[in-house]
Design a binder for this molecule. Sequence first.
Ligand SMILES: [Zn+2]
Length: 197
Amino acid sequence: MDNPKVKVQASPKFGMGLFAVRAIEPGEEIASFDGELYSWTTADEHLPNDPPLYVEDHAIPIGEWSARDSAGFARVANHSCDPNCGIRDFVRIVAMRPVAAGEEITWDYDMAQDDGIWDMLCRCGSPICRGRVAGYRFLPPDRREAYRGFVSAWLLEHERPFAGRAIDVLGPVHHLCGSGRIAGEQPGTDGYRPKGS
Ligand SMILES: [Zn+2]
C-alpha cells in the first residue's frame, strides 16, 4: 500500500520520483510491488508473457526469471547508490533510516536484481556512486553489509560472490535500460499514471 506520507512529484535529478511529505521512521513501509506478475526467458524473447520493455524497467525482479510491477507508486521510486530505503522480503520498499520531509525516497536497484543482463549508467550524485549499476554480483562488500536486512530474499537463496565493481569489470560503456533512461540524467514520466487518469 502506498504510504500517505509520500507523494509523486518531479525529481530534480531523475524525472519523476517519490518524496516524503512528512518525516518517516526507519522500518516504515513506503510502497510495495503488488501489481502484475511477469516472467520471461532468454530462450525466446517473444513469448506472450514477456514483459514490454517499459515494464522491465519498472518491475522489481522477484526471481531469476520473474518480476512484479506495482499497482501504486512503488515503480516510481528512483535508484541511489546511497539510498534511504531498501527491500524487505521480495516486494516491499521500507525505510532503512529516518527520512526527513522533502527528502526523495530512493533504494538501490542492486538490492533486487542480478540477471546478468540489465544494467544502468548511474549519476545519482552520491560520493559513493558506483557509476554503473549492473546487479547484486557487482555490489561491493561494504554496501552488502550496509544493506543487511534490506536485500530481496531471492538474491539470498544462494551465495553470490562479489564480482568486482561493474564499472571496472564491464567498463564505462553501457546499454540503456528498457526505456532508455539513465539514472540522474534523463527526465521522463517513468510511465506513471496516477489512479483514475
Ligand atoms: Zn549512483
